[in-house]
Structure formats: C-alpha cells, structure tokens
Design a protein around this ligand. Structure first.
Ligand SMILES: NC(=O)c1ccc[n+]([C@@H]2O[C@H](COP(=O)([O-])OP(=O)(O)OC[C@H]3O[C@@H](n4cnc5c(N)ncnc54)[C@H](OP(=O)(O)O)[C@@H]3O)[C@@H](O)[C@H]2O)c1
Length: 301
C-alpha cells in the first residue's frame, strides 16, 4: 500500500485526487488550510489542517506521515490577486513549495508539483515541454520559480503543467462554465474573448494522469491537459451546444477591450503528446469533457 500526501485537497484538483486514489491500494493524507475535514468517513484517509508556508510545522507533519509521494496542488491561484498581493503569492506558491521539497528530501519522498501554462508568454503557443518559458504575470513568475524549486531541489520531482480546468466539486469558486450557463439560461448577452487560446481540461483527466505519474515513478516536466487548444469564445459556444442553448447571445470580443488588469498569455496552450505517450493515456477532447461534466452534474445539484 502506497502512502500519498495531497496538499490543497479541498481545491478543484485536490478533491478529484482524493476521489481517484483508491483506498484499496493507497493510504491517503490530505492537507489544506481549512479547519474541518471535508472527507469525513472516507476509508484510508487522514486530514491535516496545515498552511504550507509554515516551514517547521510542515517538516514535523511530513516526518510524522512519512509519505512516499507528495502531490502539491496547494497554491494561490487567483491571477489578479497574485498581482497585487505579491508577498502572499510568493509565500504560498514558492516558499510553500520550498518547505514541502525540504521536508520531502528529509524523508526521501518524491514530489509531483502542479504548474500552469502561465509560465509561457503566449506569443507562439501551443508549447511543448522543451519550449522556453517567459511568464508575463506575477502568478506565472511564481509558478516558474516553483518549478525550479522542485526540479532543482534534490528530490525525485515531476512538474505537471496544465491549463484551464473544469469539473465539479464541493464549495468551488465560480468557474467559466457556470458563468456562461447562467447567462445563457437568463438569455443575457455575454462577451467572450476570441484571442485567448489554450487547452480547457476536464479535471478528472488531470487527476488520473497524476495518479499514473505516481504509479510509473515519472520525473521531469509533463504537459497534462485536454487534447484541444481553443479560444474562450469557442469554448463558450461548445458549452451552449452541450446545454442545448442557442449561442447567439455569446458575443465575440478581444482581450484589449476588456478591463483585465493582468496580462494573460494569448496564443497559449500545451502540447500533450509526451504525457499521452509516456503515461499511456488519452485525454478527452473538449466535447467529450463537456459530455462527462454534464453526466456528473446530477450528483452535485
Ligand atoms: N484551476 C485551473 O484552471 C488550473 C489550471 C492549470 C494548473 N492549475 C494548477 O493546479 C493546482 C491546483 O489548482 P486548483 O484549481 O485545484 O486550485 P484551488 O481550487 O484554488 O485549490 C487550491 C487549494 O489549496 C488551498 N491553499 C491555498 N493556500 C494554501 C496554503 N498556504 N496552505 C495549504 N493550502 C492552501 C486552497 O484553499 P483556499 O481555497 O481556501 O485558498 C485550496 O483548497 C495549482 O497549482 C494550479 O496552479 C490549475
């Protein structure tokens, strides 16, 4: 039985990881900053309330658990907040990762760390793992620094870069799909950009890929995302189709016409061939992902 520590276990991806690691072959430890255990009663599961920025406490905790693998999904993920709350962003996204890597080194644990397509500037995507990074936002810079912490930290480490996740979970922050669906249901126009292009990824696929990375002892950088690279506008149109709404109220616009203060990669996206080949997985297309999302919906309403 393998012992795995998942940090950020109450987040969108963390919750899905708690679902995919089976109690039959995995003793799972979840870490998050919230006081209560959201998975009370789950077999082979232990919850730890812990802030990853607290270095000594993280080391103590990891020494007690002695995980074989640490999967780090804990992060400050709001890109606009990261731009203004830079100290907090760096503390969580970089120093927090240093703390986990330091603790992992002490107990000989492997680390799988989540990163983001925002390490690229979005001038010439989609990108492979070998392409040069050049983050344009503070969030992207923090994620790039965190990758270096893991890959140069003296542990067996892997970085899984992904892009725009969607999926169901408890108490999630509002996502792109609920926003579009609400507007369509209310027959209100919604402006969506045609010039921000990336993968849109079913979180279930990402969680499965990470589980496979654990099982196969993978290290290095992997791009793990849906197969399709599309614009936000195209995604909104496909959402309308999946929900049987006309897409006429989805109005195309450009990023330069929105008042987004933080620059986002425009021509972004990740090429996922390496992950599909090495992990022997096939990621869902956007339409397949949306179909699964809809099928799961009943369980979360
Ligand atoms: N979501 C995406 O579209 C996307 C795309 C590509 C890559 N990723 C990467 O995947 C990872 C997970 O993303 P996600 O969307 O699942 O994030 P999320 O929903 O924001 O989950 C992160 C979890 O970590 C917790 N957390 C924050 N600061 C912490 C700290 N100091 N100590 C312990 N826990 C802390 C959060 O609690 P609070 O919610 O209370 O802050 C939350 O429960 C991130 O590294 C992200 O960069 C995400």
């Amino acid at each position: 039985m393998i012992r795995v520590l998942v940090t950020g276990c109450h987040g969108l991806l963390g919750q899905k990881l708690v679902e995919v690691f089976s109690p039959d072959d995995c003793e799972l430890h979840g870490l998050d900053i919230h006081p209560e255990n959201w998975f009370e009663g789950r077999a082979q599961y232990h919850y730890h309330k812990q802030d990853i920025t607290e270095r000594a406490a993280v080391l103590d905790m990891v020494r007690t658990i002695r995980p074989k693998v640490i999967v780090n999904t804990a992060a400050m993920t709001a890109i606009d907040a990261c731009e203004v709350e830079r100290e907090r962003c760096w503390a969580v996204n970089v120093r927090g990762v240093e703390n986990l890597v330091h603790a992992a080194r002490r107990v000989g644990a492997r680390v799988i760390h989540l990163s983001n397509e925002d390490v690229f500037d979005g001038n010439a995507g989609p990108y492979t793992e070998l392409d040069r990074v050049n983050p344009v936002s503070y969030f992207g810079k923090s994620k790039h620094a965190s990758e270096n912490v893991v890959l140069g930290g003296g542990v067996q480490g892997a970085v899984a870069r992904s892009a725009m996740l969607f999926g169901h979970g408890r108490r999630l922050k509002t996502g792109f799909i609920p926003w579009i669906v609400t507007r369509l249901r209310e027959k209100r126009d919604v402006k969506v950009v045609t010039d921000q292009i990336s993968n849109v990824t079913l979180v279930d696929d990402l969680a499965r890929a990470i589980k496979r990375m654990v099982a196969l002892n993978r290290s290095g950088i992997y791009h793990v995302a849906s197969r399709d690279v599309i614009s936000r506008f195209d995604f909104a149109v496909r959402i309308a189709k999946a929900y049987n709404y006309p897409s006429t109220s989805i109005i195309p616009t450009l990023s330069s016409l929105l008042d987004q203060t933080v620059q986002r990669p425009l021509q972004g996206g990740l090429i996922v061939e390496k992950a599909e080949r090495d992990l022997n997985l096939r990621f869902a297309t956007v339409d397949e992902g949306l179909m699964i999302y809809r099928q799961q919906e009943a369980g979360f309403n």
